[in-house]
Design a protein around this ligand. Sequence first.
Ligand code: GAL
Length: 372
Amino acid sequence: MKHSGLLLIVTFIALLFSACNIEKESDYKMIKENFGEIDGKEVVLITLKNTNGNTVKITNYGATVVWIEVPDRLGNIENVTFGYETLDGYLNGDPYFGSIVGRYANRIAKGKFEIDGVEYNLAINNGVNTLHGGPGGWHSVVWDYEVIDKKGDIPVLKFTYNSPDMEEGYPGNMIAEVEYIWNDKNELHINYNCSTDKKTVLNITNHAYFNLKGAGNGDILDHEMQIMASKFTPVDQDLIPTGDNIVVEGTPFDFREPHKVGERIEEEYEQLILGKGYDHNFVLDNDKEVDAIVYEETSGRLMEMMTDQPGVQFYCGNFLDGTQTGHGSRAYNYRGGLCLETQHYPDSPNQANFPSWSLANPLSPVRFIGSL
Ligand code: GAL
């Protein structure tokens, strides 16, 4: 099978995109341009161009990935991720296209949790629940940035955000760092590193939407999906986990062998209906090198995803309705893109049986890369 590929490694998430034979350009390039201003802080758009000549664009608004271009099997380049041409797009109803999501990705039921008997109340933004860190989450702040360019290495684009104690209701001052590396194998590595001074919770992810035919080019129902997960966590009608783990075998959630996204999506399976399509946390087996593979036949593009996190939210754009338009004025339609949000399970702070993502050790900053 001839394909082209992209690899996403998340904190490590790595997205590997692969394709045809690529002529090498000479130098790795990084270009910075102005993308606007918020509250007196400059917003920039940084283009990373690897020696294949393929570019990724990232802004410090939300530490957001705006553009990832990779070749198809014939060498034709397309951008495969959703993004806007201007900062305004991100300020007007953006459903987290490419952004970093924190402090707590996915939903926290009723926006409440307890640590050591103290109840914390978060900002609510999804019915009665908190979604993706709240309305003022990390997707919507301007991050500081620096380029770490050690001789002989691929440069690292590093974003830092100092999140104050009780921001959106979360305890603890937190320093969040996100590093992006776009290398010559068309691998996008995303590393997270956070530290805090109080017991708190954290679940950080990247919310990129992918369509391997090209962003805004039809739906993703024909994409072949493989997820190395033997279980998933079912949800109620508000997409809050019930607390169970269900074995995928014999259900439309079994992606251990490749299946087209659309093949079983309309099946009358209770959890699918509740999720309005795939919008669930898959419990990763975490025993293979690659945790998910997406393949699109007409273009031959293939994306591999690797993570050290215990779960991935496979969301297939069920809430998109074409009102968001991005690069080249293309509309992002219903099920036009899919997300692989590597994460701890949703609502973990309220779910005793889910792996914990709480940061303990008050006063001695906790450093982690990957799961605790
Ligand atoms: C996803 C979530 C969906 C939806 C989407 C944003 O991460 O799983 O239910 O909220 O974000 O529109």
